[in-house]
Design a protein around this ligand. Structure first.
Ligand SMILES: Cc1cc2nc3c(=O)[nH]c(=O)nc-3n(C[C@H](O)[C@H](O)[C@H](O)COP(=O)(O)O)c2cc1C
Length: 240
C-alpha cells in the first residue's frame, strides 16, 4: 500500500468552489435493493419490544465483547435490522430509511450470521430491506471462520449474532464519483450507531469491528470485493 494513499484521497476528493456537480446519468442509476430471489425468505416482525428511555439507552451504550450463552429471539433480531437499515417512511414515492444516507442512495447491505437465535437456524442470511425479510444463504456454523477473519478476535465466535455490513460502491459513485467513498463510510457509521443504540435499548450489548481481513470476510459472503465489499461488522448479545 502506498504510504500516502489516504492523504492523497483526502486531498483529491475535496470539493472546490465552482467545480461541484455535473451530469447525472439517470438511465444508469444503480438499483438500491439487493435481492437473492432464489433463497428461502423469512418475514420479520417485531411488535411489543421492551425498550429503555432514550437517556438510559445513551448511557448504557458501550462496546460489549463478552456475551452470555442466552440466545436472542427473532423479534430482537428483526428490530436490530430494521433500526439500522430498515425502511422508515415513503415520501414523494421514495422509500427513506431510519438512518441518513448521502443522496439517499443507500450503498450499504446487511448480512446476518446467527449462531444462537431462537427459531432461526444457525447460518448466514441477507437482509432484504425492501420486504423486511431474511434471505437464507448458508446453513452452516461460520463463527470460527468469521472470528479468524476478524484478526482472531473472539467476538464473532461467542456472540449469538454477527452483522456484516458491505458496500455496493457504484450506488454512491454514480453521483459522487470518488468522493463517494467518504460518504459510504459515513453512512456505515450512522448505521452502526443506530444498531448500537438499538441493542442498548433492549438491554443487549454490541461491539463494532473494523479490524478484519477484507478478502476473508468477502469470501465467506461470496463477494468479489470490488463491486461489493465488507466494510464493517458488529456482534450483538446479552452482556456476560
Ligand atoms: C470504526 C471502529 C472500529 C472498531 N473496531 C474494533 C475492533 O476491531 N475490535 C474491537 O474490539 N473494538 C473495535 N471498536 C470499538 C472501540 O474499541 C470502542 O468503541 C472504543 O474503545 C470506545 O469504547 P466504547 O465503545 O465502550 O465507548 C471499533 C470502533 C469503531 C468506531
Amino acid at each position: 500500500m502506498s504510504e500516502k494513499i489516504g492523504d492523497d484521497f483526502q486531498k483529491l476528493t475535496k470539493y472546490k468552489r465552482g467545480k461541484v456537480g455535473g451530469f447525472l446519468d439517470w438511465s444508469n442509476k444503480p438499483k438500491i435493493y439487493k435481492q437473492y430471489p432464489n433463497s428461502k425468505k423469512i418475514m420479520l416482525i417485531f411488535d411489543e419490544i421492551k425498550t429503555l428511555s432514550f437517556d438510559q439507552t445513551i448511557k448504557n451504550r458501550k462496546s460489549v465483547r463478552n456475551y452470555s450463552q442466552n440466545p436472542l429471539n427473532i423479534k430482537q433480531v428483526a428490530y436490530l435490522l430494521w433500526s439500522s437499515t430498515g425502511i422508515q417512511r415513503v415520501q414523494r414515492d421514495y422509500k427513506f430509511r431510519n438512518v441518513p444516507s448521502a443522496g439517499a442512495l443507500y450503498p450499504i447491505e446487511t448480512y446476518l450470521f446467527t449462531k444462537n437465535t431462537k427459531n432461526l437456524q444457525t447460518g448466514l442470511y441477507h437482509y432484504n430491506i425492501e420486504s423486511n425479510s431474511l434471505e437464507e444463504l448458508i446453513q452452516e456454523d461460520l463463527s470460527a471462520p468469521l472470528s479468524k477473519a476478524c484478526l482472531d478476535q473472539s467476538m464473532p465466535f461467542n456472540a449469538p449474532i454477527t452483522l456484516i455490513w458491505t458496500a455496493i460502491f457504484q450506488r454512491s459513485k454514480w453521483k459522487y464519483k470518488q468522493r463517494a467513498y467518504r460518504y459510504i463510510y459515513l453512512d456505515a457509521g450512522h448505521i452502526a450507531q443506530n444498531l448500537a443504540l438499538c441493542a442498548a435499548t433492549m438491554g443487549l450489548g454490541s461491539c463494532q469491528i473494523g479490524a478484519f481481513y477484507d478478502q476473508e470476510i468477502n469470501k465467506i459472503l461470496g463477494l468479489d470485493g470490488k463491486k461489493e465489499s465488507a466494510i464493517y461488522l458488529t456482534t450483538v448479545g446479552y452482556p456476560l
